[in-house]
Design a protein around this ligand. Structure first.
Ligand code: URA
Length: 243
């Protein structure tokens, strides 16, 4: 599979183990097509979802997939684990080897987990420059007060990584619960932020990623494919033939 955008000639050289000169001949003889069109130029851009045929036979045919899962507490965000059920196990027949997890949740966090085989889409969500909001409902052991709101908005210095967290939004819901919105995902970030107040997190649930909310119709452990509109939330002019 072409893992990201690349040139057609480079892909063919690698897959067919042929020198560039022979690949050029294949193209000039009209033996290769990409997404249903004859491909004659060496520098045509392809990606992992381009349909590539040689002499009418499929060389590459991958369909992009996008799923949301309602992760239960106690299930690990990993593809394989000796000890715990994984999010991939929960997908059942929907699981394919090419899926990856878009932003992991801790073992004891529940809520929205996204999975895809489209690396460009997941980078749009995860890369810090896109500043995608992730919203969590947090339940605390001890009561909250307004000092938390200020501290979350200011940021915390994490010595281990030598970074200061980006401003985060904290909205107090009840004496022991709040909504927290982050634009990044440092290791155990929310637990560590409340840890500064010596206030243990006793429940953590991800409600949304950007404008994509966890489908309230999904029972804990269930998953479904995203709609094209949901996919397009992170890739505005989404069309996989002009990627
Ligand atoms: N912050 C945490 O501490 N854990 C998560 O799973 C997500 C955010």
């Amino acid at each position: 599979m072409a893992s990201k955008r690349s040139r057609l000639d480079r892909y063919l050289c690698k897959q067919l183990q042929l020198p560039q000169k022979q690949v050029r001949h294949l193209l000039l003889e009209g033996r290769v097509s990409v997404n249903g069109l004859l491909a004659k130029s060496m520098d045509l851009q392809i990606d992992e979802f381009s349909l590539i045929l040689l002499d009418g036979k499929v060389m590459q045919q991958n369909v992009p997939r996008y799923l949301m899962l309602h992760k239960p507490v106690g299930v690990v965000c990993a593809t394989q684990d000796q000890q715990h059920t994984t999010v991939i196990d929960l997908l059942g027949e929907k699981a394919t080897a090419d899926l990856h997890i878009v932003g992991r949740l801790d073992l004891n966090t529940s809520g929205l987990v996204l999975l895809t085989n489209d690396g460009r889409w997941s980078r749009r969500i995860m890369s810090p420059e896109h500043k995608v909001d992730k919203c969590y409902r947090v339940t605390l052991q001890n009561p909250l007060d307004d000092a938390y709101v200020k501290a979350f908005a200011t940021g915390f210095y994490f010595g281990f990584e030598d970074i200061t967290t980006l401003p985060a939004k904290l909205e107090i819901l009840t004496s022991h619960s709040a909504l927290v919105t982050l634009q990044e995902g440092r290791y155990h970030q929310i637990k560590r932020m409340f840890g500064r107040f010596r206030n243990p997190v006793v429940g953590l649930h991800r409600l949304s990623v950007g404008d994509l909310r966890l489908d309230t119709g999904l029972q804990v452990g269930e998953s479904r494919a995203l709609t094209p509109e949901e996919v397009a939330l992170f890739m505005p002019a989404f069309s996989h033939h002009d990627r």
